[in-house]
Design a protein around this ligand. Structure first.
Ligand SMILES: [Zn+2]
Length: 406
């Protein structure tokens, strides 16, 4: 399954040389060549491109309460946890990931450690601390507690402060600027999913400053007006795009902006939230969000828009290692076909990273990021959830994880 959306090729072979794919197609048509140094038998299973987790939070350590994110542990321990999460993502078949926001400035250094092969992990596009308006969704600690939220968010009032926040992230060395244009079901009183957490002016200032320094911008967008603001401001991707009206869809399609819905998070919140003490008002909001988000994702894909697969994993009800539940959810409950879902999770993910010329499909000339699954994932996409079915995870042609490494 090459990730382009084309039907799978039976009895296929992939030839890899010096970390690159040099042939992918029917085994019978393998070009005549000197025998390879080593061979992996896919055992009649599925060969597919390495998956891309397009909304990854390596630094979120399976927190049961949002408030724990930046006050439970010091940066030293969060960094160690984050490196374990990166290894786990690779073991799950995710050879690349785009961060959706980082505690402290950990992502940038994780990326360096992965690239220098000190720790295993996905090829990482690093984010930094997230930007939100004062009093908005992420500004949850009351002032009397004197907690500055330094590790989690940069809180801004007005365009000047928004510019200043991006400039700090430029110095930090991030590639993606994550913002909070809207609220969320998690904050039903003051910052619910139909409210805004940033002004259009602030968002515009973020984009102009980020783009000037060649950084990309994304944002948590649930409310319809927040989605439109982000598109008009020139955001490079939209997270969630939950409540879309016709105008929002038109703006999105005109710009061909990719969307990462992250819907399994909503489902898990509804199902498992009560066990974690989530109030009913929050669960009700997640139900509305799940319905709206699923409908929007369907409309975007059917209208020819781009959808990436990423799930905001790293909460107690959506722990790291369960990333592929997102794909199962899209097949079983949103109505994407398995082929469409895999294309979203590979080809579109690589496009979000800005690396579609070198990643995301199994085609000659691309980096050999390849996953081999024991079984037919077209027949049962949920096989990807089971690490005991993942035979091999290759990154740049090197066997990095999977049963064959054991
Ligand atoms: Zn997120």
């Amino acid at each position: 399954m090459d990730g382009t959306g084309a039907p799978p090729i039976p009895s296929a072979a992939v030839l890899i040389r010096d970390g690159l794919i040099v042939y992918a197609g029917p085994e019978a048509h393998l070009p005549p060549t000197s025998p390879p140094d080593s061979t992996i038998d896919a055992r009649g299973g599925t060969i597919l491109p390495g998956l891309v987790e397009a909304h990854f939070h390596p630094t979120y350590f399976n927190v049961a309460a949002l408030e724990d994110l930046d006050i439970k542990y010091p940066v030293e321990y969060v960094t160690l946890l984050a490196s374990v999460n990166c290894r786990l993502a690779l073991e799950c078949g995710y050879t690349s990931a785009r961060s959706g926001g980082s505690l402290f400035n950990i992502d940038v250094w994780l990326k360096k450690a992965i690239e220098e092969e000190l720790i295993p992990g996905p090829r990482l596009a690093a984010s930094g601390r997230e930007i939100c308006g004062v009093g908005g969704l992420m500004d949850w600690n009351p002032d009397f507690r004197r907690i500055g939220m330094e590790g989690l968010v940069l809180l801004v009032n007005g365009a000047d402060e928004a510019r200043a926040a991006v400039r700090r992230l430029v110095k930090d060395g991030v590639e993606w600027v994550k913002t909070y244009p809207t609220g969320d079901a998690a904050a039903p009183n003051l910052n619910d999913h139909h409210s805004l957490s940033m002004t259009f002016d602030e968002m515009n200032a973020v984009v102009a400053t980020a783009h000037n320094h060649k950084l990309k911008v994304t944002g948590h967008c649930r409310a319809t007006q927040g989605i439109k603001n982000a598109l008009r401001a020139g955001y490079d991707t939209i997270e969630h795009a939950t409540f879309m009206d016709g105008e929002a869809l038109e703006l999105l399609l005109e710009r061909n902006t990719p969307v990462v819905p992250a819907l399994q998070f909503e489902k898990a919140s509804i199902e498992l939230g009560p066990a974690f003490g989530m109030p009913q008002s929050v669960i009700d909001g997640h139900k509305e969000t799940l319905e709206g988000g699923a409908e929007s994702a369907r409309r975007i894909l059917r209208a020819g828009g781009r959808v990436g697969m990423g799930g905001d994993y790293g909460f107690a009800w959506t722990p790291h290692g369960t990333y592929a539940k997102e794909l199962t959810f899209f097949v079983r409950e949103v109505g994407f076909t398995p082929l469409e879902t895999i294309r979203c999770a590979t080809h579109t993910g690589a496009a979000i990273l800005g690396r579609e010329h070198e990643l995301g499909t199994i085609e000659s000339g691309k980096l050999a990021d390849v996953v081999i699954v024991d079984g037919d994932i077209l027949a049962d996409i949920s096989l990807l959830e089971d690490r005991n079915r993942i035979l091999a995870v290759l990154q740049g042609g090197i066997l990095k994880a999977g049963l064959l490494t054991k």
